[in-house]
Design a protein around this ligand. Structure first.
Ligand SMILES: [Ca+2]
Ligand SMILES: [Ca+2]
Ligand SMILES: [Ca+2]
Length: 438
């Protein structure tokens, strides 16, 4: 691994730049010392000249030439100073440039140092990997040796198997021949087996059919036995029924004779009923004739009623519906009152409707009780009108008729200022007004 990255001698690589820097520094110091020396020299000369004016006259000529020489020398020195200044500027520029390069190199050095550290780390890792790989290689070599020995063993086994295979191949050929022979035998046996299978199926079918026939026969036998038992019981039942029927026949014979007698009786009744029916038919025809006659009479009566309704009453009589009414002024007992009405062609009033009751109540004054044609003299408690009809619609006072003292058999009307008026039973001998109707 050391060959992959070449080693760099950084201290050696830094040496040229250091030398250049030192040289430039020394050059600058020399130039500065020259300038200082020249300045000192001129100061001393000027002081000597001003301090000794006597010698000056003598030395003016020599001094003028020295001055010229010094001026020329000064000019040369100034030219050299200018050159040196320019060189110093150039050196300064070079120094700056070198300083920049130095900084650049310094940063590169830092980067390279970091890279080196990284590479060293990588080298360490790679060394450990190499060691692992070496361990693996050792193990692989051991495995290879093991496999080599296994291979040798397998090779010997393979040779042995090859020999066995050859022997088996020979056996296989023999077995192939035997298999072909057995195949032929098997086909023959298969044919025989199929034939036997068909025969077996046929026999199986026959056996099933016979089994079902056997079961059907057994069922038939059981049913026949049951039928026999049923017939046996039916026979016994019929035997008893026959005896019962014989007894019933005897009874029926007696009943038949009785019925014959009843039939004869009924026949006679039927003939009588036929006669009655004929009679009733004749009566019906008669009633029909009567009905027709009554209808004719009804029509005649309606005509007469209409005629009566239009008939005027005599003087002193009042008209209501088809009747005329007479109210007496005199007072008599019930019997004499009735005789008076009969003598006038009518009878005591028969009240046969509420309207008639209202009319009579209206023509009488209050407390003016009057006889009407009502009596129970023929049978106590049975009130009848003078025309013989029973009193159906009545207007009795509460508690009446009471047949007071057992001697009240004649009816009177008791007029009222409100309502329709009431009736009371009174003694027939009492004398009071009466009302006739005709
Ligand atoms: Ca009447
Ligand atoms: Ca009475
Ligand atoms: Ca009474």
């Amino acid at each position: 691994m050391t060959g992959l990255i070449p080693k760099v001698d950084y201290p050696k690589r830094k040496q040229p730049s250091r030398c250049v820097t030192v040289c430039l520094g020394l050059l600058c110091a020399v130039l500065l010392a020259g300038n200082i020396g020249q300045f000192v020299y001129y100061e001393i000369i000027i002081q000597r000249t001003s301090a000794d004016p006597t010698q000056a006259g003598t030395n003016i000529q020599g001094g003028q030439s020295s001055y010229d020489a010094l001026t020329a020398e000064r000019t040369q020195l100034e030219a050299r100073l200018t050159n040196l200044t320019q060189e110093k500027h150039q050196c300064q520029q070079s120094y700056n440039s070198l300083t920049q390069k130095y900084d650049q190199i310094q940063s590169n050095h830092k980067n390279l140092t970091a890279s080196k550290d990284q590479l060293l780390t990588n080298q360490g890792n790679l060394q450990s990997e190499r060691e692992e790989l070496q361990m693996s290689m050792i193990m692989l070599r051991e495995n290879r040796d093991q496999l080599q020995s296994n291979y040798t063993s397998l090779k010997s086994n393979k040779d042995q198997l090859q020999r066995s295979y050859n022997a088996l191949n020979v056996s296989k050929t023999q077995l192939q021949i035997s298999y072909s022979s057995l195949e032929i035998d098997k086909e023959q046996l298969q044919t025989s087996y199929n034939t036997l299978q068909k025969e077996n199926d046929q026999l199986q079918t026959n056996s099933s059919n016979l089994q079902s026939e056997k079961e059907e026969l057994q069922m038939s036998m059981i049913m026949l036995r049951e039928n026999r038992d049923q017939l046996q019981s039916n026979y016994s039942s019929l035997e008893s029924n026959k005896d019962q029927l014989q007894r019933s026949y005897n009874t029926m014979s007696v009943s038949k004779n009785l019925l014959q007698i009843s039939y004869n009786s009924l026949w006679r009744d039927k003939e009588q009923l036929q006669t009655s029916c004929n009679t009733l038919k004749r009566e019906k025809n008669q009633l029909q004739t009567n009905y027709s006659s009554l209808a004719t009479d009804r029509d005649l009566l309606e005509k007469r009623i209409n005629k009566l309704k239009g008939r005027p009453c005599q003087a002193g009589w009042r008209k209501f519906d088809i009747s005329c009414y007479f109210v007496s002024n005199a007072k008599k007992n019930w019997t004499l009152s009735r005789q008076d009405c009969i003598s006038k062609g009518g009878d005591l009033v028969v009240i046969d409707s509420k309207e008639e009751q209202v009319f009579l109540n209206g023509i009488l004054a209050v407390r003016q009780n009057a006889w009407i044609g009502l009596t129970d003299s023929l049978e106590e408690g049975t009130w009848k009108w003078v025309d013989g009809t029973p009193a159906t619609q009545t207007f009795w006072q509460p508690g009446q008729p009471n047949s007071f003292n057992g001697n009240q058999d004649c009816g009177e009307i008791v007029p009222k200022s409100t309502g329709v008026g009431e009736w009371n039973d009174d003694g027939c001998f009492s004398e009071q007004i009466w009302i006739c109707e005709r």
